[in-house]
Design a protein around this ligand. Structure first.
Ligand SMILES: Cc1ncc(COP(=O)(O)O)c(C=O)c1O
Length: 437
């Protein structure tokens, strides 16, 4: 018997992501249509644009040497400047000083996941409290568990986290004294993973007002995850919470090139309250003392030439069609029944709510039937923490990112067959029932 290894407490708190099993299923069974994978559309990845940009960068010796050298921990300065300009443009801010930001408050990271991790490492000790949406992005939940944080959740409706319920929770935490342990409120506020829903402007304002009000002895920060902001296919953009925080004190904004450009570049970025930047960079120094420098030069070039913007514009058209196809297929199969789903204007996800009792979990009859039919979804229960709100077990996340347009209808037909196999029939309600979650 080999001598046992002593693992750190953090390693022991860190578990496999629940989705790993589903990714594996899809790889092992090529006939399966996976509405589970959170991957992007492979056919529209910007291969040509990236090839051209690399060729250009590498054809200029000085530029090539700079790009192939180590960069800085904070990230390539021209890129950080462009990212700030871009945020201001998105938010209709004339001058970054109006929201107290400079390029020194921008940090480039190895995907936005690294920023989420670093922020958690920066702010959380075991036993600290974090508030998330219910349901929430389950990968970040894994990070919080790994840190030993305790998560409390606030239910969502079609306008995102219900901030009146958040206010009640904060009030209770203040009464019990636990507010002293509350460090972060995490929201995925554009086309949320997993529901596809946005946090409304009114609620953004309320959320910011609440963290200001309850930050009495220490600052409670909002971690705003806007990974899907640029994937809007209809409707008006909403200002970021970051842009509402004029003094740049309460909001950490995480964004990424993974969804609007290419996840293989694994480049994200954050906008932080100034005093957090130094401590966060010290931690990042321990991780990698700087993200991939060549990729940052590439992205800077794509932004400079306008190739990035043209790509995002094209991508929106591709996804618009896929989203429409998914919503149409759901309407065809489940319209008028007691099955409900969200109607997002962007992002990669639709959230389906089955009638109570129709369980969607990994060991449920529905999952078994879905696998037999050859379709995969993410069980909604992975997106909940087991707190006083409880874990809902009759929901599912469907993603259309990686599924070819022409297979989306078939995927939903398979799901409908699986539902019929479990329930005998799809219960049609008397009135049209397509309410949002
Ligand atoms: C809500 C959300 N945040 C962050 C990420 C992390 O992405 P990346 O590290 O590739 O930027 C993802 C990836 O799926 C996501 O869905």
């Amino acid at each position: 018997m080999p001598v046992p290894v002593h693992y750190s407490e953090k390693a022991l708190r860190t578990h496999d992501q629940p989705i790993t099993y589903f990714m594996q299923q899809a790889i092992e069974n090529p006939d399966l249509i996976s509405l589970a994978a959170g991957l992007v559309d492979p056919w529209s990845l910007p291969a040509e644009e990236v090839r051209g940009a690399f060729a250009q960068i590498l054809s200029e010796p000085e530029r090539a040497y700079a790009a192939l050298q180590y960069g800085t921990t904070k990230g390539y300065a021209p890129l950080r400047q462009k990212l700030l300009d871009r945020l201001c443009k998105l938010d209709g801010i004339a001058d970054p000083a109006d929201i107290s930001l400079t390029p020194l408050d921008v940090v480039v990271t190895t995907g936005s996941q690294q920023l989420l991790y670093l922020v958690s490492e920066l702010l959380l000790d075991p036993g600290d409290l974090v508030i998330t949406e219910a349901p929430a992005y389950f990968v970040y939940q894994g990070t919080l568990d790994s840190m030993g944080a305790r998560t409390l959740s606030v239910p969502m409706d079609e306008n995102g986290m219900q901030t009146d319920l958040l206010e009640e929770l904060l009030d209770r935490l203040e009464h019990t004294g636990e507010i002293g342990k509350l460090r972060l409120i995490y929201v995925c506020d554009y086309f949320q993973n997993p529901t596809g829903l946005n946090l409304s402007l009114e609620r953004r304002q309320h959320l910011l007002e609440l963290v200001k009000r309850y930050s009495r002895d220490h600052r409670i920060l909002i971690l705003e995850d806007s990974a899907y902001r640029e994937l809007r296919y209809a409707g008006e953009d909403i200002p970021s919470i970051k842009s509402l925080d004029k003094t740049n004190e309460f909001v950490i904004l995480a964004m990424t090139f993974s969804k609007p450009c290419a996840p293989g570049l694994k480049t994200g970025y954050g906008f932080l309250p100034h005093e957090l930047v130094g401590p966060l960079l010290r931690l990042k120094g321990n991780h990698d003392f700087g993200s991939n420098n060549l990729t940052q030069h590439l992205l800077d070039h794509l932004l400079e030439t306008g190739a990035y913007d043209s790509h995002v514009e094209q991508l929106r058209k591709v996804y618009r069609k896929k989203l429409d196809a998914l919503l149409e297929a759901l309407e065809n199969e489940f319209g008028g029944s007691d099955i409900q789903w969200t109607h997002p204007d962007g992002g990669l996800y639709v959230w389906v709510t089955f009638p109570p009792g129709l369980e969607t979990g990994p060991d449920s009859p529905l999952m078994k039937a879905a696998l037999e039919e050859g379709v995969l979804y993410v069980p909604g229960q992975f997106c909940y923490v087991d707190d006083e709100n409880g874990v809902r077990t009759n929901e599912a996340r469907l993603s259309f990112g990686v599924v070819p347009l022409e297979q989306i209808g078939e995927a939903v037909r398979r799901l409908a067959k699986a539902v019929e196999a479990c329930t005998g029939r799809i219960a049609k309600a008397t009135s049209q029932s397509t309410a949002r979650c």
